[in-house]
Ligand binder design. Structure first.
Ligand code: 13P
Ligand code: SF4
Length: 312
C-alpha cells in the first residue's frame, strides 16, 4: 500500500480546492492508488462510474481509470470536457479486440447463426462498442445477455466472463479469445486449495475475469464494488480475494472489522497504477489529456452503452 506523504497530502488538498473552482468531478476506479481515492467524488466499479458519468452536472469529468473508462465517459457526455490524467493507462484486454477482426468474425459467424448479436464488455474501444448491439460490465453481463431476443451471442473480448455467463443462460455464448492478464494468468487452483485448507473459515470472492477453475472454487463471483457488498453482508470474518491487489486496501477501508487477503499470486494491474496524484493535479492545471472520440463512432457506441444503462 502506498504511503500518503505530507507532500502528497499537500497535492491532495490543492486538487480538492481546484476541482471546486473548475466545477470538475473526479471519478475513480476501485483499482486506483489510495492517494487517488483521497480526491474522488465517486469511487466505484465500471458500471457505477459509467452511471455517475451520466448523472454529473459538472463541466469537467476527470477520469482516474484506464482508457476505455474515460472514453465511455466522453461518449456519454460529448458536450463535457473529459480529462484522463495519464495516457499510458491503457487496458491490455480492451486492445485484444479490434473493429476489423470483429467485423470479419461477425460475418463468418452470421453464416451459421443469422440472428447473431454482439455483446461487448465495457473493456473495449469505442470502435468496438460502435459495432456492438449492447455493452455490459462484470456486474450486469447476464442481465444484458438475457435482455436480448437473440439466441446466439458473440461475447467480446473476455473469454472468462463469457464462459461465466454461459453457466446461467440457455443462450449460445460464443467467447472472443481475450483475457485480462491480472486475472487469467496469475491464480492457480492448487495454491488456492492449499491456502483454503489453512483458512477454512475464509470465504473466497473472485472477479468473473478469473478462469473457470478459480471460479469453481469461489463462494462469490462479482464485480469489484460487488465485493464490498458481499463482504459487508456475509457472516464470514475473513476473505480471500481473487482480483487486482489494490482491492484489498479498498475492502479493508470499507469493511474495517473484517480481514482481506489476496489469493496466492494476486497481481497488480500495472496500467491502472500508472496514474499518480501528481498526474491528477497536472490534469486540472493544464487541462490534460482531453478525451476525444470521432462523432460517428461515438454516436453508435453511445447507443450500445445507453441500452445497457437503461437496463438497471
Ligand atoms: P469492475 O467493473 O468489476 O470494476 O471491473 C473492471 C476491470 O477492469 C476488472 O479488471
Ligand atoms: Fe484491464 Fe485487467 Fe487491468 Fe482490468 S485489471 S483494467 S481488465 S488489465
Amino acid at each position: 500500500m502506498d504511503e500518503i506523504t505530507p507532500e502528497k497530502r499537500e497535492i491532495i488538498d490543492k486538487i480538492n480546492k481546484l476541482k471546486k473552482e473548475k466545477n470538475a468531478v473526479i471519478l475513480v476506479h476501485n483499482y486506483q492508488r489510495p492517494e487517488i481515492y483521497e480526491v474522488a467524488d465517486h469511487l466505484g466499479d465500471s458500471l457505477g462510474l459509467t452511471i455517475k458519468a451520466t448523472e454529473t452536472k459538472a463541466d469537467t469529468i476527470v477520469f482516474c481509470g484506464v482508457d476505455f473508462m474515460a472514453e465511455s465517459a466522453k461518449i456519454l457526455n460529448p458536450e463535457k470536457k473529459v480529462l484522463w490524467p495519464q495516457q499510458e493507462a491503457k487496458c491490455p484486454m480492451a486492445q485484444m479486440a479490434n473493429p476489423e477482426a470483429l467485423k470479419k468474425r461477425v460475418a463468418e459467424l452470421k453464416k451459421k447463426f443469422p440472428d447473431l448479436a454482439v455483446v461487448s464488455y465495457v473493456n473495449t474501444s469505442a470502435a468496438v462498442k460502435a459495432l456492438s448491439d449492447i455493452c455490459c460490465t462484470s456486474s450486469n453481463a447476464l442481465k444484458v445477455v438475457e435482455s436480448l431476443p437473440n439466441q446466439n451471442i458473440l461475447f467480446v473480448p473476455d473469454q472468462n466472463l463469457a464462459k461465466y455467463v454461459q453457466r446461467f443462460t440457455k443462450k449460445n455464448i460464443i467467447p472472443w479469445e481475450g483475457f485480462c492478464y491480472v486475472h487469467h494468468t496469475k491464480f492457480y487452483p492448487e495454491l488456492l486449495k492449499q491456502v483454503k485448507e489453512k483458512m477454512s473459515d475464509a470465504e473466497i470472492i473472485v472477479h468473473p475475469e478469473c478462469p473457470p477453475e478459480i471460479i469453481d472454487m469461489a463462494d462469490h463471483v462479482t464485480s469489484t464494488s460487488g465485493m464490498i457488498k458481499v463482504a459487508r453482508e456475509s457472516k464470514a470474518k475473513r476473505f480471500l480475494i481473487g482480483t487486482e491487489v489494490g482491492m484489498i486496501y479498498r475492502l479493508q477501508k470499507e469493511v474495517p472489522d473484517k480481514e482481506f487477503f489476496t489469493i496466492p499470486n494476486g497481481g497488480t494491474c500495472i496500467q491502472m497504477k500508472k496514474i499518480f496524484i501528481e498526474d491528477v493535479y497536472d490534469a486540472l492545471v493544464k487541462d490534460q489529456y482531453k478525451v476525444e472520440v470521432d462523432e460517428e463512432t461515438a454516436i453508435k457506441a453511445k447507443q450500445a452503452l445507453q441500452k445497457m444503462i437503461a437496463l438497471r
